[in-house]
Write a protein that binds this ligand. Structure first.
Ligand SMILES: NC(=O)c1ccc[n+]([C@@H]2O[C@H](COP(=O)([O-])OP(=O)(O)OC[C@H]3O[C@@H](n4cnc5c(N)ncnc54)[C@H](O)[C@@H]3O)[C@@H](O)[C@H]2O)c1
Ligand SMILES: [Zn+2]
Ligand SMILES: [Zn+2]
Length: 366
């Protein structure tokens, strides 16, 4: 099979590997779609984080959907032909949190495409416990659009986990970062009944994408214009415009930017809650005096709850939440290099790879 691997230096390589075996308790999946994530870009760039976390030779990729083609010994719940999305966090099953059923807090989580071979390959093997089946569908009956969305259930799950961490019904929600996950989190908050939702980003293409999805989106670093906003920052100005008198109730930090967190703390109501998914690359200086006196809650969010987040995702999809507009680009697997370039540009929404096209006609001659 073809697989995209890291060699422990900048740039990935498309190579041929033997198809993986299917151990007991595992399933083998023919990959149909996969999403490109910031993590993959870090590994492609072979930055200091990648060097510290990834073993050269690893197959990259963790966001995917596919068709089950083989089930290992002892797997009774899944059958060949089913369409599934993959939960990429493989947990140990025996640490204190695992034994308490808190699998998302496992202290020995092993991540697909980081610590174990991932999904940028024609086949991937993972524990049956990490399979989320989309009932009633086969590779022949699922539509291309359905498969596209199933391919990004992993980041969709990040968005759902973050957006539903605190109640948002009737609340005013600030989302910092209009990347694919921030945008999906805003869509989830809207679906769940938030009142006002404001999204910030510092990149114009991302703000435009947010606006095209019907959101109020602004650059928090831009100079304010107009009579109502003179002398105040853009985030204060938008609150005035919306008639918000006391600050945001809930904030979803989806950028990893230190200044975004500082801006959140300045614009929250007393008792405000922050669910923080964005991964800062360095320590952040925070006014903890304000956190204390305003009784703010800061909650870190990692991955997805297994599998409550997945239930919520499926239920919201069934009740009309369509996250497909965040997918702006689809490339054939053979065009992976162009897909990575597009994802790296920061101008796109979610970029996905399609594995149903013929890989042997690799246009890049790799
Ligand atoms: N905790 C987890 O389990 C988990 C999982 C996946 C991703 N993440 C992190 O979540 C974040 C979002 O993921 P993504 O794929 O959407 O990332 P992304 O990089 O595509 O989007 C982040 C966006 O934040 C914007 N941004 C930068 N500085 C900003 C600022 N000061 N204010 C507002 N916006 C700003 C960027 O322009 C970009 O559009 C990333 O930090 C990623 O590393 C965390
Ligand atoms: Zn990801
Ligand atoms: Zn564990």
């Amino acid at each position: 099979m073809h697989a995209l691997v890291t060699r422990g230096r900048p740039g990935l390589e498309l190579i041929e590997l033997p198809e993986p075996e299917t151990p007991a308790g595992h399933v083998k999946v023919r990959v149909l779609r996969a999403g490109i994530c910031g993590t993959d870009l870090h590994i492609d760039a072979w930055d200091p984080w990648a060097e510290s976390a990834v073993t050269p030779g690893l197959t990259v990729g963790h966001e995917f959907c596919g068709e089950i083609v083989e089930v290992g010994e002892g797997v009774a719940d899944f059958a060949v032909g089913q369409i599934m999305s993959g939960e990429g966090h493989v947990v140990c099953g025996h640490c204190r949190n695992c034994r308490a059923g808190r699998h998302h807090l496992c202290i020995r989580t092993s991540n697909l495409g980081v610590q174990r071979d991932g999904c940028f390959a024609e086949y991937v093997v993972l524990p049956a416990t990490n399979v989320w089946v989309h009932p009633g569908l086969t590779a022949a009956t699922a539509t291309p659009d359905e498969l596209d969305v199933f391919g990004i259930y992993d980041p969709f799950g990040n968005a759902v986990h973050t957006a539903l961490k605190f109640p948002v019904v009737g609340e005013d929600v600030l989302v910092t970062g209009a990347g694919p996950i921030g945008l999906m989190a805003a869509m989830v908050a809207r679906h769940a009944g938030a009142r006002h939702i404001v999204i910030t980003d510092i990149a114009e293409p991302r703000l435009e994408l947010a606006r095209s999805l019907g959101f109020r989106a602004l650059n928090p670093q831009a100079a304010s214009h107009g009579p109502s906003s003179s002398g105040v920052g853009p985030l204060q100005a938008v609150q005035r415009e919306l008639g918000m008198l006391e600050g945001f109730d809930v904030a979803l930090e989806m950028s990893g930017s230190p200044s975004a967190l500082v801006g959140i703390i300045e614009n929250l109501n007393f008792g405000g809650r922050i669910a923080m998914l964005g991964l800062p690359s360095r320590p952040i200086e925070v006014d903890f005096g304000k956190v204390v006196s305003h009784m703010l809650t800061i909650q870190g969010i990692y991955g997805r709850e297994m599998f409550e987040t997945w239930y919520a995702m499926a239920a919201m999809a069934q009740t009309g939440l369509d996250v497909s507009p965040v997918i702006t680009d689809r490339f054939a697997f053979a065009d992976w290099q162009a897909a990575f370039d597009r994802a790296r540009s920061g101008a796109a929404g979610k970029v996905i790879l399609d594995f149903t096209t013929d890989i042997s006609t690799d246009p890049q001659g790799a």
